[in-house]
Design a protein around this ligand. Structure first.
Ligand code: KG4
Ligand code: ZN
Length: 339
């Protein structure tokens, strides 16, 4: 079964064609990160305009690369949310238009769930129950995964998502957006023990995440308590690298500690990870060292960031379950619980 996937939740326009949930025939991604750089984060209106410009060329390219015809497509899967409402509507309306024009079923897919599915697109079959970990620009989640499509939420963030914290700390260090890869690169040159940062502790629910206090500690380390601008320009390159390394280590070890607890409590048989922060090699090394005896499912690096292959892949499974697909009045949603 051939599924066309469309992704437009944030600043990446993605179109992919995937066979039977795993075999990727094409995976086209057009990012508008360049226009958001000067704002230090995604500017929603500009992201929407770029989706409009990028979507049809990406669709053409996806068909060309896959070497298939529009009539070969069986199902159209689209990221229904969560995401920026304007951005979601562009992908959603394109998907509905194609579903009507080609007379194909439409299926809405949860973008966060698709991030986890990206790790299961390789040759190895998943082992359940698994601990699902989503680490992206918008989400920090731990889930008990009973199967593809069956999840019990375990933990979330009470403030910033982990990727958002990487992006904000990068802005504080005058690094470009998106900041994650730049923090990772700089951290390699720094000493992670130089600054004694602490991850947030959520009193009511200690398994939950909080990164806003960590970000404020970084701000104080850079600018001092009074926020002096001179202090940033006075920072030596090695102090900047030490801050990046100490922040990264604190944030990633917080995820590791909570994952360890959750694996014990849930008797997880494997760990499935997804989201942009999973492209971080230090995260991968920490988990590999900590869990030598439990299978770790990582998304290939090209499927860690937002993409439409994971939407088409998960759309295949959802369609098998639902058969008829979703109605054409399917709504784009800025928030969708994962369950
Ligand atoms: O999953 P994703 O593409 O988008 C969302 O659904 O949010 O994740 C993007 C996030 C950004 O915050 C970006 O800074 C972060 O992933 N990221 C990284 C790395 N590469 C991307 N964070 C840490 N280390 C990286 N190497
Ligand atoms: Zn994402």
């Amino acid at each position: 079964m051939l599924v066309l996937g469309i992704e437009s939740t944030c600043d990446e326009t993605g179109v992919a064609i995937v066979e039977n949930g795993k075999h990727i025939l094409s995976n086209v991604i057009a990012s508008s990160a360049d226009v958001h750089q000067r704002y230090g984060g995604v500017f929603p209106e500009l992201a929407c305009r770029r989706h409009i410009d990028a979507l049809l060329p990406a669709l053409d390219e996806a068909f060309k690369k896959a070497g298939v015809k529009t009539s070969d497509i069986d199902v159209i899967a689209v990221a229904q949310g969560p995401g920026l409402i304007g951005a979601l509507l562009i992908g959603m309306n394109a998907a509905k238009g194609l579903a009507i024009a080609w007379d194909k079923p439409l299926i809405g897919v949860n973008h966060v769930e698709a991030h986890l599915y990206a790790a299961l697109m390789g040759p190895n079959e998943p082992v359940f129950p698994a601990l699902g970990i989503v680490l992206s620009g918008g989400h920090t989640l731990l889930l008990n995964m009973l199967d593809i499509g069956k999840y019990q939420p375990i933990a979330t963030t009470v403030d910033d998502a982990i990727g958002e914290a990487f992006d904000k700390v990068a802005t504080l260090l005058s690094l470009p957006y998106p900041g994650g890869p730049h923090i990772e690169r700089l951290a390699k040159e720094g000493n992670a023990e130089q600054f004694a940062f602490k991850a947030g502790f959520v009193k009511k629910s200690p398994i939950d995440f909080s990164f806003s206090g960590l970000k404020t500690s970084v701000l104080y380390a850079i600018k001092g308590q009074n926020g002096s601008k001179e202090k940033l320009s006075n920072l030596t390159p090695s102090a900047k690298a030490d801050i990046a390394a100490s922040f990264q280590e604190t944030a990633l070890r917080d995820v590791l500690t909570k994952a360890k607890k959750a694996v014990l409590e849930l008797s997880s048989q494997s760990i499935v990870l997804g989201g942009g922060v999973c492209s971080n090699q230090r995260l991968r090394d920490l988990f590999t060292q900590e869990f030598p005896h439990i299978p770790l499912f990582w998304p290939p690096k090209e499927l860690s960031l937002d993409n439409a292959a994971m939407i088409a892949g998960l759309g295949f499974h959802k369609f098998l379950r639902q058969e008829k697909g979703d109605p054409l009045d399917l709504e784009a949603l800025t928030r969708i619980p994962i369950a």
